[in-house]
Design a protein around this ligand. Sequence first.
Ligand code: GLA
Length: 387
Amino acid sequence: MIKEELANILNNVYGSSEESIRYFQAPGRVNLIGEHIDYNGGYVFPAAIDKVSTVAVRKRKDDIIKLYATDLGYVVEADMNSLEQYKDLKWGNYQLGVIDQILKKGIKVKGAEFIFDDKVPLGSGLSSSAAIEVVTAYAMLQLYGHKTDKMDIALLCQKAEHEYVGVKCGIMDQFASAMGLKDHAMLLDCNSLEYEYIPIKLDDYSIVISNTNKKRSLGSSMYNKRRAECEQALADMQKKFPDKLNLCDFTYKEFLSCADDITDADCRKRAEHAVCENLRVLDSVKALKKGDIYSFCKYLNLSHISLRDLYEVSCKELDVLVESAWMQKDVLGSRMTGAGFGGCTVSIVKKQSVKDFIEDIGRVYQEVIGYNASFYICEISDGVKEI
Ligand code: GLA
């Protein structure tokens, strides 16, 4: 939606004001590889995408936050002095969680009126929530003249999700939405927060995202349970390796040497995934840097198998998309992306075959699952910015 349209909506919904309107945008992300290891101190490899959350916003003189989305028909109004009471809102809690964190940090801000135009498909595993959080934080800080270090914004938004929304997410999504760079993916060490931008040059290949259109919610999903299982496995492994603080600090050999100490069989599988996925990220990025897209994609496929069989966060809908993609001759790799239990897959597809891919996979999916998948050809774009 263009700025003029957003300005019209803002003036219609909230009435006119002498305050000027500013516009900000933050993207969703696709994770290429490194799944469910950001909270295990591992490496992840996400990229910001061209599906974005855009806001038009202006200041208020009081302590009231007003939120409205172009695809919802009502205004959420919140008093900044008692933000605790809005935690259970169906829509608006991500934004208010972020504002709660800004206030808790002692940063001086007053009220604001927001219009959201969210084009990251909701609940699709493409980080629609991180896009909303990051754009809210960036807009509030810019509006009130504060410095906007993008890494600090990512950390603030992650904290908001932990404390306000109640999902113990890792740092990957907020980091990707804040720090994205056009045509680059980011190799992020989630332990040290050091990162490197790696150009994504896939020559004749495109990144295609396939959406199961199966609705899921992170909060009610098994996300927090997986995190707890990893903590349990680590505690058992630390008996032999007391100095290791994260699952991803283990080599595979070290994991094998203490795997029997992990008493619960499920926890053992989760740990094996985390250790091996971390190694796969490093190996796959090494291949990509050499221009070896084939090997890079092999690791993507292995990642899916591990998420399906060891981490158990895939589902029938994701498996149908991935496994039918593997059978296409011009697909080099395909895997689920994001938290799982629904959401999207990412596939590397030969440009000239993208149309056939969408038709073939779309048909199989409809036949087996009974409703349609959606497909996007994905451009890698920049992180949060004023527009
Ligand atoms: C969600 C979380 C991330 C990450 C992924 C799985 O998107 O927000 O922190 O854990 O799941 O890789």
